[in-house]
Design a protein around this ligand. Structure first.
Ligand SMILES: [Cu+2]
Length: 124
């Protein structure tokens, strides 16, 4: 009985992965925004349990040079829509090639406040 429910759980998890992968692919059909050549430097600091700043704004086409600092606790930074997933402090660049408001999250299960660690990046 126990074994069977584990198997079903595993199957459900696999399906979720497959489905989310497909969801990502369907987005690649959107027209890409050409890079403007402008680089915007943004620093996001993580503490228990918040990001600072929790909202950032850039212009479409900007190259975002993102520096992530985990100052208190163990946190990561994930911006799913721009393929950013940093599990430690560091710097990464991406082009803000789509307009909208996108969530960023903590990518490491850091404790009770993990679910509250949400921020927004607005590309306009
Ligand atoms: Cu977390």
């Amino acid at each position: 009985m126990m074994k069977k429910s584990l198997f079903v759980l595993g199957l459900a998890l696999c399906l979720m992965f497959v489905l989310s992968a497909c969801g990502g692919d369907s987005k690649s059909g959107e027209p890409a925004v050409a890079p403007t050549g402008v680089t915007k430097e943004v620093t996001i600091t993580a503490k228990n349990f918040e990001f600072s700043p929790a909202e950032i704004k850039v212009k479409k086409g900007d190259t975002v040079k993102l520096t992530f600092n985990s100052e208190e606790g163990v946190h990561g930074l994930m911006i799913k829509d721009f393929d950013i997933n940093m599990d430690e402090s560091g710097t990464k660049e991406f082009v803000a090639d789509k307009v909208g408001t996108f969530d960023f999250n903590c990518s490491i299960m850091c404790g009770g406040g993990h679910g509250q660690m949400v921020g927004k990046i607005t590309v306009e």
